[in-house]
Design a binder for this molecule. Structure first.
Ligand SMILES: Cc1ncc(C[n+]2csc(CCOP(=O)(O)OP(=O)(O)O)c2C)c(N)n1
Ligand code: SF4
Length: 334
């Protein structure tokens, strides 16, 4: 595995110029993926329709993907992008990977290419879930990234199957009568394991060494690697500037989005999170930073902590129970 310091010095095919919100985790993830794929192999990306696409490819220009004006002399430095429909990035990537492999085997390509799919949780886990699972089951060698921001962000912050319990979204509003989202998030890690992925990972650039190691393993390994990237969304989650990486770390440490890695046939491993709830930071610390949960917790000026609002104890307990249940489930997944 390359050293973090060496990866940081590489050329990234994701450049400044996108219209992603300032402080969007997707931008940080793409900069890292852009550097990690600068490894001497040609890369082809398949993009679904999501913030990471509409804010980086604006027809006729790819506004952030590229390495300057000139076509590079080095074939491995050039890369391809295919934007297809909203829900199809993993299946399109599978088609590209199969075709490239055939071309390599008949000698039409001098090297094997690496293929990555990039899409949002709405695209991959709601409308695209069926095709995602079939793509995983077929086992083509490719790396699927799913950016988890818990909402359909670019179309107006609607509920998605990964939305946290209690969260306010534009379609799960909060009022005296309405409690925000009542549906527990879909178990996407368990589904990917069951579908037979070679590697199932949840990793955030907020833990850069782990993130980089997981991406490198995906790019160099055979079979399908799926990497879920928890992506704090500053506009949809409504948190203060400068908190993106801190929030991503808290998301892991409090158990909302544990870092996780599982190779097929081996037990999975939880990272940077304690299974014992008493050793984890309180979930109020994660909830309190975001206005989408302001009906559940409030800042206590006297103690400097976030406290549960009177009457919301049951809702917060439900979130706590869900987190504990899911961590134990992941620990057991074999
Ligand atoms: C078949 C179809 N239905 C709906 C849309 C509109 N649409 C485009 S992107 C999107 C939501 C994307 O959500 P997600 O994948 O979570 O990405 P995010 O915007 O959060 O980054 C929707 C509903 C579409 N393009 N095609
Ligand atoms: S709306 Fe959210 S996910 Fe979309 S670009 Fe802004 S911060 Fe990123």
């Amino acid at each position: 595995m390359a050293k973090l310091v060496d990866v940081l010095q590489r050329d990234s095919c994701f450049q400044p110029g996108s219209t992603l919100c300032a402080g969007c985790m997707e931008s940080i993830a793409f900069q890292n993926i852009g550097k990690l794929t600068d490894n001497g192999r040609k890369t082809i990306f398949a993009l679904g329709t999501f913030c990471g696409e509409v804010s980086t490819l604006q027809y006729p220009n790819p506004v952030a993907w590229g390495r300057g004006e000139e076509t590079p002399d080095d074939w491995t430095k050039s890369f391809g992008i295919m934007h297809h429909v909203f829900e199809s990035a993993p299946s399109v990537a599978e088609g590209i990977a199969d075709t490239a492999q055939q071309l390599f085997e008949i000698g039409a390509l001098s090297q094997q290419v690496q293929v990555c799919s990039l899409s949002g949780d709405g695209g991959a886990l709601s409308i695209g879930l069926r095709t995602l699972l079939h793509t995983i089951a077929r086992g083509t060698s490719l790396t699927i990234f799913v950016l988890i921001n818990e909402i359909f962000a670019n179309t107006g912050f609607q509920y998605s199957p990964t939305t946290s319990l209690g969260s306010e979204t534009s379609t799960t509003p909060v009022s005296e009568l309405l409690p925000g989202n009542m549906t527990p998030p879909i178990d996407y890690l368990g589904l990917a394991v069951t579908a037979g992925a070679q590697r199932v990972v949840q990793a955030s650039p907020a833990h850069p060494k782990f993130f980089n190691r997981m991406v490198e393993q995906g790019l160099s390994g055979s079979g399908t690697t799926i990497i879920f990237v928890p992506s704090p969304c500053i506009t949809g989650w409504k948190y203060p500037d400068g908190e993106t990486v801190h929030l991503a770390q808290l998301a892991c440490e409090t158990g909302f989005f544990p870092c996780y890695a599982k190779e097929r046939g081996r037990p999975g491993e939880l990272k940077f999170v304690e299974l014992d709830a008493t050793k984890r930071p309180p979930i109020e610390a994660f909830l309190g930073l975001q206005r989408r949960f302001q009906h559940l917790v409030r800042f206590n000026k006297a103690t400097g902590t976030y406290d549960i609002r009177p009457g919301q104890e049951e809702s917060v307990a439900r979130i706590r129970d869900w987190i504990q249940h899911r961590l134990e489930q992941l620990q057991r997944l074999a």
